[in-house]
Design a protein around this ligand. Structure first.
Ligand SMILES: Nc1nc2c(ncn2[C@@H]2O[C@H](COP(=O)(O)OP(=O)(O)OP(=O)(O)O)[C@@H](O)[C@H]2O)c(=O)[nH]1
Length: 235
C-alpha cells in the first residue's frame, strides 16, 4: 500500500504539482496521441523560430498565422492521414520546441520515429548549426530514422535573393553525405510543403520494416476517415 501511494505520488502528483504549463500541455499531447491510432511517427526538429510549427500548420490545416511569434513549449502532436494509392497512411507528427531549454524533452519525441524533418531557416545561417547537432544525435540514437532536411521561409528569398544565407548546393552536398533528402519550403505560400510530407509518407509506406509491421500486426491501412486532432502547446 505504501509502495502504491509512493508510486502514485512520484508518477502523477509530483509531476503535476511541479508542473508549469509545459508539463500540462505535454500531458495533453500525450493523451491525444494515445487516443489516436497512427501508423508511423514523424518528428520535427530544429532551432527555435525556424518555422517548424508553421510547417505543420500548413500541412495539417492548410493555414499560416501572420500574428506574433509564439514559441512551442515541450511539444505538440498532430495526426494526419495521407492517401497512398488506394490505401491511407496515418502520420503522427511531433512538433518539438526549438528552444535549447527543451532539448532533453525533444529526445523523447524522436524515439521510435520513422522520419525526422530537421528544419533550418534559409535566411539564418546559425540555424544550420542546430541541424548538424540533430543529425548527429539521430545518427547516434535512431539509426533507422530517415532524415529530411528542410530549408524554410523560401518566400523571403524569392522576394529578395540577398536574404539567402544557406546555399542550396552546399546543403545538397551535406544531404547526400548523410543520406538525407533536401526540401526548401514556404509555409507562407505553401510551396513544397505537401511534397515534403508526401515524400516522408511514401518512404515510410515503401519501407521494408513498415511493410513487415503491417503484415505482422495486421494494421488496416484501408480506412477513409480523414479526421485529425491537434494539441497545440504555445505560451
Ligand atoms: N515569411 C515566412 N515566415 C515564416 C515561415 N514559416 C514561419 N515563419 C515565421 O517564423 C516565425 C517562427 O515560426 P514558428 O513556426 O513558430 O517557428 P518554430 O520553429 O515552431 O519555433 P519554436 O516553437 O520556438 O521551435 C513566425 O513568426 C512565423 O510566422 C515562412 O514560410 N515564411
Amino acid at each position: 500500500m505504501i509502495l502504491y501511494i509512493l508510486y502514485v505520488y512520484i508518477n502523477i502528483i509530483l509531476p503535476i504539482s511541479l508542473a508549469d504549463s509545459f508539463y500540462c500541455f505535454d500531458l495533453l499531447a500525450l493523451l491525444t496521441m494515445s487516443a489516436q491510432r497512427v501508423d508511423a511517427k514523424v518528428v520535427m526538429l530544429g532551432k527555435e523560430y525556424v518555422g517548424k510549427t508553421s510547417l505543420v500548420e500548413r500541412f495539417a490545416h492548410n493555414r499560416f498565422f501572420f500574428g506574433p511569434y509564439q514559441n512551442t513549449i515541450g511539444a505538440a502532436f498532430v495526426a494526419r492521414q495521407i492517401q497512398m494509392g488506394d490505401k491511407v497512411l496515418t502520420l503522427g507528427i511531433w512538433d518539438t520546441a526549438g528552444s535549447e531549454r527543451y532539448e532533453a524533452m525533444s529526445r523523447i519525441y524522436y524515439r521510435g520515429a520513422k522520419g525526422a524533418i530537421v528544419c533550418y531557416d534559409l535566411t539564418d545561417r546559425s540555424s544550420f548549426l542546430r541541424v548538424k547537432f540533430w543529425v548527429e544525435e539521430l545518427q547516434k540514437c535512431e539509426e533507422h530514422c530517415k532524415i529530411y532536411l528542410c530549408g524554410t521561409k523560401s518566400d523571403l528569398i524569392e522576394t529578395d535573393r540577398t536574404m539567402r544565407q544557406m546555399d542550396y548546393h552546399d546543403v545538397q552536398d551535406y544531404a547526400e553525405e548523410i543520406k538525407a533528402e533536401l526540401f526548401e519550403t514556404s509555409s507562407k505560400t505553401g510551396k513544397n510543403v505537401d511534397e515534403l510530407f508526401q515524400k516522408v509518407a511514401e518512404d515510410i509506406y515503401n519501407s521494408t520494416t513498415f511493410q513487415l509491421m503491417t503484415e505482422e500486426k495486421g494494421v488496416d491501412l484501408g480506412q477513409t476517415n480523414n479526421s485529425y486532432f491537434y494539441s497545440c502547446c504555445h505560451n
